[in-house]
Design a binder for this molecule. Structure first.
Ligand code: ADP
Length: 271
């Protein structure tokens, strides 16, 4: 491919970030943003000395400001770049949502601008020193986008294989993640693993575990085995989690013993 000066600028900008983790999903609505925000809280909760940043590059629906409870905050561009918004002392967020006047503005960023916008974002945010930068990618981030970033030394990549409760046959949702996983293998982007979301329900009363789509049970595990990727964990469907996300409440602190938090902490320990 052609030399791209933007890549050098991004590499330089991110040189103080130890682990750059892209979070991808084949389809929208499978819980990619939710998983990203939970991982952010989970990693930051490990120690006050661990600095975590979240870059919300989901142009089509930037949801991190709401989920992280900092909706409506203003961001400032100082001489050294855009300063992120602090959610807690050691968790910061930069979102395309902060830069858009109204949610409808998102439309203008679609299509060919998408790629350029992500690069611009990666090169213009002043994160300071970070241990982890989690990047919430737009749904349908394609081979083309992955190739564009494959020359940046992203340390890891997490794919969220979520089950969609609406109109997609579950095999199709999984197939999309499989394709992305194969592509990452091909271009040599290291894959940290796969998180399976919303495939399981734990009854709050009797604690029994039910598979929500029995026909696809084991599908993600099989995919991981076929392609030599780790299944990092299964995040259960939890209505209280959805409510916390809507209200911008830190689910880990609000419900530390819920099955979803237990599963999440287990995933965080593997990162
Ligand atoms: P994506 O980023 O992949 O489009 P979101 O993270 O926005 O998906 O999730 C889609 C919807 O599903 C949101 O309303 C979110 O609150 C909900 N959701 C995601 N994961 C869970 C879960 N484990 N339990 C309950 N609701 C969830």
């Amino acid at each position: 491919s052609l030399p791209d000066p933007a890549i050098d600028i991004i590499k330089n900008r991110l040189s103080n970030v130890k682990h750059k983790i892209l979070v991808l999903s084949g389809k929208g609505g499978v819980g990619k943003s939710t998983v990203t925000s939970l991982l952010g809280h989970g990693l930051a909760a490990k120690s006050p000395d661990i600095n975590v940043g979240i870059l919300d590059a989901d142009i089509c629906g930037p949801s991190q400001p709401r989920v992280l409870g900092v909706h409506g905050e203003q961001v400032h561009n100082s001489g050294s770049g855009w300063s992120p918004v602090y959610v807690t002392d050691n968790l910061s967020l930069m979102s395309i949502g902060f830069l858009l006047g109204s949610p409808d503005d998102a439309v203008i960023w679609r299509g060919p601008k998408k790629n350029g916008m992500i690069k611009q974002f990666l090169s213009e945010v002043d994160w300071g020193e970070l241990d982890y930068l989690l990047i919430d990618t737009p749904p349908g981030t394609s081979d083309e986008h992955l190739s564009a970033v494959s020359s940046i030394d992203f340390t890891f990549l997490i794919l969220v294989a979520g089950l969609q409760l609406l109109d997609t046959p579950q095999e199709v949702a999984l197939l999309d993640v499989r394709k992305e996983l194969q592509f990452c293998r091909k271009v040599g982007v290291p894959v940290l693993g796969v998180v399976e979301n919303m495939s399981l329900f734990v009854c709050p009363n009797c604690k029994s575990r039910s598979e929500i789509f029995p026909a696809t049970t084991g599908g993600a595990a099989q995919m991981c085995e076929d392609l030599g990727a780790a299944l990092l964990g299964r995040l259960p469907l939890d209505p209280l989690l959805a409510r916390c996300c809507d209200q911008g409440t830190d689910f880990l602190q609000a419900l530390p013993h819920s099955p979803a938090v237990v599963a999440l902490n287990d995933i965080v320990d593997k990162i």
